[in-house]
Ligand binder design. Structure first.
Ligand SMILES: *Cc1c(COP(=O)(O)O)cnc(C)c1O
Length: 378
């Protein structure tokens, strides 16, 4: 089966995402799959979960994959499984979805921020500057579908004996120097939230790792710590993936390469059309294979451009307008405006254009033309 963008798609209204459209295109194949799971009577754990884990293990290139209920829980179980907790510090970038910082707090550790590079990913030089005797782990976030600069990050981790948890929620299938996102550090954490490139019809996520101890910890913890029906060796939680979501994800995994291909083609078309003088998107490095979970450009008059695109029927998003160190929830960490100048400058300039696999070339052209016209106008 192939993903064919709807040639009759509207040029008047170009949505930022189209989850319902994705379902319409899959409906005939997906509904029988969902029905089979419901009819089986096994709705959590069991065969679908195991089958998905096997398929994902092959995809991620790691020894283990543990299916979970969200990317957030994948991060929490990864940190806890590595022994990160009270009194420990974890270094992470402040420009991310809030989950990557929240999970550090959830396990009782302290988030320590390091600023980013032009590509919006954490700067290895900045990581080095904030290492203390309490630092236990580094959590790079592979934002937008682009892998952080992992060679120097792994070098720092080896030098200081730190664990590395990759937040690969936005980067399934992305590669860095030939290696898949999430397979480079100790643990890779993935989200299958409806808005991600490999998406469930609800919440879901998983972790990938070569470490037997972390995989074993996560397998137990996701199911109350039950080693068998009646024995609990250590108290856990409920983080299992629903069987329906596992079945949907296994089906969609079969189309992921094509989804990524379409997103890369859309991004390449934008790059060829957008005026580079006015709309900056960081160039791909030689070692990168980017999957374009988002297509982010940086411009001077971002809010005005966003209004202009909205008036033209074009949906956009900002990932993310308020850096995490400036969120009210982060007040007790003691950061101030000005602490992370690159993150803060990007937060004022970034705008995410639609790049999803359902877009036609004509729609991409109209978005690019509308951006160029606006930015050229003044
Ligand atoms: C989506 C996302 C998460 C959280 O994933 P959920 O499945 O929604 O819990 C974590 N980190 C980043 C960077 C994300 O984009």
């Amino acid at each position: 089966m192939t993903i064919v963008p709807d040639a009759t798609a509207s040029l008047e209204s170009i949505p930022y995402v189209d989850i319902a459209g994705q379902f319409r295109a899959e409906r005939d194949v997906l509904m029988p799959i969902i029905e089979a799971v419901l009819a089986s009577g096994q709705h959590v754990g069991g065969a679908n979960e195991q089958s998905l884990e096997q398929a994902l293990t092959a995809w991620c290139g790691t020894k283990h994959v543990v299916a979970l209920n969200s990317g957030t829980d994948a991060l929490i179980l990864a940190l806890a499984g590595l022994g990160v907790g009270e009194g420990d510090e974890v270094i992470t970038p402040p420009n991310s979805f809030v989950a990557s910082t929240a999970v550090i707090h959830q396990v009782g550790a302290t988030p320590v921020f390091a600023d980013v590079l032009a590509d919006q990913n954490v700067d290895p030089v900045a990581i080095r500057k904030v290492i203390t005797s309490r630092t236990k782990a580094i959590m790079p976030v592979h934002l937008t579908g682009r892998v952080a600069d992992m060679h120097p990050i792994m070098e720092i981790a080896r030098e200081y004996d730190l664990a590395v948890v990759e937040d690969a929620a936005q980067s399934i299938g992305s590669r860095y120097d030939g290696k898949l996102a999430g397979s480079i550090g100790d643990v890779g954490c993935f989200s299958a939230h409806p808005l991600k490139n490999l998406n469930a019809c609800g919440d879901a996520g998983f972790l990938a790792t070569d470490r037997d101890d972390v995989a074993e910890y996560a397998r137990l913890a996701r199911n109350h710590g039950l080693v068998d029906r009646n024995t609990v060796t250590r108290f856990g939680t409920v983080s299992r993936m629903d069987s329906v979501q596992a079945a949907i994800l296994e089906f969609r995994l079969g189309r992921l390469e094509e989804i990524i291909g379409r997103r890369r083609a859309n991004a390449a078309l934008y790059r060829s059309l957008l005026d580079p003088k006015v709309a900056f998107s960081p160039p791909c490095r030689e070692v990168e294979f980017n999957t374009f979970h988002t297509f982010v450009i940086q411009v001077e008059r971002r809010d005005a451009l966003r209004r202009h695109l909205g008036d033209a029927g074009i949906g956009t998003a900002i990932h993310y307008p308020v850096p995490i160190h400036l969120q009210p929830a982060a007040a007790s960490l003691g950061y101030r405006e000005g602490d992370f100048p690159i993150t803060e400058r990007q937060a004022r300039r970034i705008i995410t254009l639609p790049v999803h696999q359902g877009l036609t070339d004509a729609q991409i052209r109209r978005v690019a033309t509308t951006v160029n016209e606006f930015l050229g106008a003044k």
